[in-house]
Ligand binder design. Structure first.
Ligand code: FPP
Ligand code: MG
Length: 328
């Protein structure tokens, strides 16, 4: 596997390497804090499966880079963002009818769709509650606003399912909310935990928003241009489910449009992907992402020289380079 994943970059800095296990402990504490063992079982399993923890690296590196230290509040902020993200994925998997994520059964598959709503709700509620009681009212308010944004982004996606006339701009609006908002909020919380001034918070917010867009566009590209072997999960899901994403919409032409049918079979999905891979989609999308990486770094506040400031500057392109290695 490539070695430039976000956690690998984060682990190169001792302060981050020490803090990330603390975040894991905190996520586990919150995810298994129900009085009902069955809720803990499912919420605990989903969160223990991990993930890239990119949001945690951003929050911790961001806190250090703007002059703060890795306090309990910063660790809790990272854990709250991860728990909220994991809770939203429980709902997302339910909506997608997905059986597995990160190699473990989804809650909808293992316990049922109704309980998956409840487990996701529990995770979101606990993240908000802990943010209020253990970080600050500001943090809780920002996280609640991010949840509302996530929901709106997802609603925009649902409204455009199987719509070949969806514009690339409409797709961007959706992903800025469903993914960009939580990256943005993580970076705002990093500045907050470091007691940074408002202008620094605003610049960190912009950095996070751009990085979130970059992250989701690459996620969407990999679904169209990677392979099951490289990605560790089936590709073509978005086309199958009628989610016409930014990379696909930028490549839209009459030939592609004719292939986009409702409830496509495996052969039809494969034909869409093959057509996209023959065209300029990959290069076009990567060029767009390089520009987003540049814009995100440009948005950063002036930072005192430090290893963590370097990490913030390197992460967007490092993530882009890592994702590029997964393209077939
Ligand atoms: C994953 O994207 C999904 C999200 C980033 C957001 C999901 C949001 C909701 C389900 C709204 C409800 C959320 C809350 C907080 C109540 P994806 O489906 O493109 O990626 P995938 O390939 O990982 O499934
Ligand atoms: Mg999904």
């Amino acid at each position: 596997m490539p070695t430039t994943t976000a956690p690998a970059i984060g682990l190169a800095i001792p302060a981050l390497a020490r803090a990330l296990p603390r975040v894991e402990d905190e996520i586990r504490r919150m995810a298994t804090s129900s009085s009902l063992p069955i809720v803990n079982e499912h919420s605990g399993r989903v969160t223990a499966a991990g993930g890239k923890r990119l949001r945690s690296v951003l929050i911790l590196a961001g806190t250090l880079a703007v002059g703060g230290s890795v306090t309990d509040k910063a660790v809790t902020a990272a854990a709250c963002v991860e728990l909220l993200h994991a809770g939203s994925l429980v709902h997302d998997d339910l909506m997608d009818d997905a059986a597995e994520r990160r190699g473990v059964p989804t809650v909808n598959a293992s316990w049922g769709p109704g309980p998956a709503v409840l487990v996701g709700d529990f995770m979101l509620a606990r993240a908000s509650q802990v943010a209020l009681t253990e970080i600050s009212p500001f943090a809780a308010e920002r996280l609640a606003a991010a949840v509302a944004d996530l929901v709106e982004g997802q609603v925009l996606e649902v409204l455009d399912l199987f719509n070949p006339d969806r514009t690339p701009e409409a797709a961007l609006r959706s992903i800025a909310l469903k993914t960009g908002a939580l990256f943005r909020t993580g970076c705002v919380l990093a500045a907050h935990c470091a007691d940074a001034d408002e202008a620094t918070g605003a610049r960190m917010a912009e950095y996070g928003a751009r990085f979130g867009l970059l992250f989701q566009i690459l996620d969407d590209l990999l679904d169209l241009a990677s392979t099951r072997l490289r990605l560790g999960k089936p590709v073509g899901n978005d086309v199958r489910q009628g989610v016409y994403t930014f990379p696909l919409l930028r490549a839209m032409d009459p030939g592609l449009r004719a292939l986009l049918v409702r409830e496509p079979g495996d052969d039809e999905v494969a034909e869409v992907l093959a057509r996209l891979r023959r065209g300029p989609m990959v290069e076009d999308t990567l060029a767009h992402c390089r520009e987003l990486a540049r814009q995100s770094v440009e948005a950063l506040p002036v930072l005192p020289a430090s290893e963590t400031a370097d990490i913030l500057r390197e992460l967007p392109m490092a993530y882009l380079n890592w994702a590029t290695t997964l393209i077939a």
